[in-house]
Design a protein around this ligand. Sequence first.
Ligand SMILES: NC(=O)c1ccc[n+]([C@@H]2O[C@H](COP(=O)([O-])OP(=O)(O)OC[C@H]3O[C@@H](n4cnc5c(N)ncnc54)[C@H](O)[C@@H]3O)[C@@H](O)[C@H]2O)c1
Length: 401
Amino acid sequence: MAKIGILGGGFIGRFYAESLSGRRGKDTVEVVFSRREESAARFAKDYAVAHYFTDMEEAVRHPDAEIIVIALPNYQHEEAVNLCVKHKKAVLCTKPLGRTAEEALRMMTACEKAGIFAGYLEDLCYTPKFLKSLSSVKSGAIGRILWAKSRETHPGPHSDWFWDLELAGGGAMLDMGCHCVEISRSFIGKDIKPVEVMCWADTQVKPIDAEDHAIGLVKYENGAIGQFEVSWTFRGGMDLRDEIMGTEGTIWLNSWLRTGFEMFTSGAGDGGYVVEKAESATGWQFPVGDEAHELGYTNMFIDMFNAFERGTQPTETFYDGYVVNAIIDAAYKSAKTKQWEPVELPIWRGQTGLSKPSVYKEYDADHWFIKEEILPNGDKKVILRKKETGEIVELETMKND
Ligand SMILES: NC(=O)c1ccc[n+]([C@@H]2O[C@H](COP(=O)([O-])OP(=O)(O)OC[C@H]3O[C@@H](n4cnc5c(N)ncnc54)[C@H](O)[C@@H]3O)[C@@H](O)[C@H]2O)c1
């Protein structure tokens, strides 16, 4: 059983509390910190939290806060992690871990030196669809992963600080690219080194200093390519989609809009909350049955608390958060230079020295295999490359031959 202290009583703090207290679980939220007395008190009432504070350190050091969950704006993550280090408290931090890889690396190193448990709350790597897909990928069902694309777009975040470049550390690319990068990286293999990034980012709609739209490519050492597409300018709700392409198969995931639950309403009733980032409460709706579970929060906390109790590492660690930040840093650089930019990883704990596997598959002693296809008339064609000359040739077999 874990006793939890949540720092931050805003949007994600509530989602976390909902997934922790919404079931008959054994883990309990005992402490909450929020900036304003009235929101701390309201949060404590809504989730039956025994102790609330408007001083962050008081919340962290409270004896009933055994694990601290950081649900604060990006610029406060490091300060909160340092308080956990000071008071030797296990810490779980929301995404992105840092505003930059430098910040994330400092947080990771501080926790490792202090010997405290640290987990990275990357919920989208715990959704039921993601976990099932990942187990198919790991079983080899779709072969060697060639391309993993992840997209998160919505009409923009819900609080002022997100739109402030200094406080947030970036725009849509840091805010949502961190999810996409970690999703692609998980499918490609977290021990495969990301080497360089090419990125386009622009401010197309909003009057802000940060980017509100970005697309990037992340090259991995084994030849695989990751792709992220993020936007704060998308209209129509929240679009969460992934595509994974392997040598033996394909996976398409749609995690939010059109998940099989479609509803029409004229607008009768109280017209309240439909689902995260829904733009309208009338007309056709795409609700989600159990938001906290579909977004991965439930599985995420199960993994975190199990690892904490067993003294093991969770699936998503501060090290992962730091690697993600390093990829995003390279993307920001590339958006400026318009060049492929290297991913700077002063600490790398995965494989090194990999190269792209050979594309040559033998058909017979004289030929490499390219493609086989059955044509509309039932004939079969095999396209080959001659080993000796490199010439491309075609073998045709008539139907019933
Ligand atoms: N899917 C996810 O994992 C997910 C989703 C949303 C947000 N987040 C992350 O959670 C963190 C918080 O985001 P949120 O959406 O809950 O934000 P929010 O603005 O809704 O809430 C932030 C909380 O911090 C407090 N706060 C806000 N500005 C502050 C300031 N200047 N000084 C002190 N306290 C301040 C607020 O009072 C509130 O309690 C961010 O790092 C964000 O990236 C993660």
